[in-house]
Design a protein around this ligand. Structure first.
Ligand code: PMP
Length: 313
């Protein structure tokens, strides 16, 4: 399943709009051999009624890019506000009028072979692709617990969205798909539930929702924070961040995955055991609908989560 379409032709490189072909890196670019870069994935939601495109949580994503750059010690010369403006300009230049996925990436572009993070040229690019399809099936996701574990923070910083850190999740995803599942759930090295390959996990027992804490080697998702807010608002009870055992995956009443690409997707099976009655639960379905409606401003809640792209007279 590839939900993405052909990339849009214009890319922003270091603040300048260029044709995608000019945005290519050298075969010796440091990032290609060593994964030395950091990136984001940001959704833009098209609202046909408003004839408007809304960037979702652009500030949150670019703040995380800044944190990632700081952790890796990479220079990022554009402020958060400037990055949001460059992205709006890029979406307008590409005349994007449909759901889209923005990929900012700060990468070591220098053709330098020694492994290090200092004294290598860095480039920031922002590119866009259409995203007409679902990343994970809205009709329910079948998961396996992967044999691959999340890399602990002592080997790869989990608060930075590091290019090289995606090899483990890629191995896990392929293992799951080849075994007949849709998605993998990854545990920490010491066996606690961490997250899916590119999405965070939340689970419900009765009316209480829980999710693994940031200290269990997850990437703390921006969608996770949105979902935690929406759940706290709808249930009146905060989502509990706590360590979660593998066996809880087998007896939860409901499990949802959330991430920028995934939005909200309900898990209907884990390792051959149904979750709840094996169908998409009503709370999960509602969460997904709410997130989509809020992100496209078809729902008045949380306008602070969205930034309009087109100037309206
Ligand atoms: N975990 C990982 C490893 C991810 O790659 C992503 C996607 N960025 C997420 C969680 C979800 O994060 P977000 O909601 O910020 O997209």
């Amino acid at each position: 399943m590839n939900p993405f379409g052909a990339p849009y032709p214009l890319v922003n490189v270091d603040g300048r709009l260029v044709d995608r072909s000019e945005a290519a890196v050298d075969i010796h670019a440091h990032v290609l051999s060593y994964g030395t870069g950091t990136f984001e994935g940001i959704r833009a939601y098209w609202n046909p009624r408003h004839e408007q495109l809304y960037l979702s949580e652009a500030v949150g994503h670019f703040e995380r890019l800044h944190r990632s750059a700081r952790i890796l010690g990479l220079p990022l010369t554009f402020s958060v506000a400037e990055l949001v403006e460059l992205t709006r300009e890029l979406l307008r230049a590409n005349e994007v009028r449909g759901n889209a996925y923005v990929r900012p990436i700060l990468l070591q572009s220098g053709a330098v072979l020694p492994v290090r993070l200092h004294d290598v040229d860095v480039r920031l690019s922002i590119a866009v692709t259409p995203v007409p399809g679902d990343y994970l099936a809205a009709a329910g996701v079948r998961c396996m617990v992967s044999t691959w574990r999340r890399a602990p923070d002592v080997t790869t910083p989990n608060r930075a969205k590091v290019v090289g850190s995606y090899v483990g999740p890629a191995l896990a995803k392929t293992e799951a798909v080849r075994a007949g599942f849709d998605e993998a759930l990854m545990l920490t090295v010491d066996g606690f539930v961490a997250e899916a390959t590119t999405a965070n996990v939340l689970m419900r027992f009765g009316d209480r929702w829980s999710t693994p804490p940031g200290t269990d080697d997850i990437l703390e998702g921006i969608t996770r924070a949105q979902v935690m807010t929406l759940l706290a608002e709808s249930t009146g009870t905060p989502v509990v961040e706590r360590r979660i055992h593998r066996s809880e995956l087998y007896c939860a009443d409901e499990i949802v995955l959330c991430g920028t690409a995934a939005t909200v997707a309900s898990v209907v099976e884990v390792d051959g055991r149904t979750v709840g009655d094996g169908t998409v639960g009503v709370p999960g379905k509602q969460l997904r609908a709410d997130l989509w409606a809020i992100s496209a401003r078809d729902d008045d809640r949380h306008p602070e989560w969205t930034t309009p792209v087109y100037e309206k007279g």
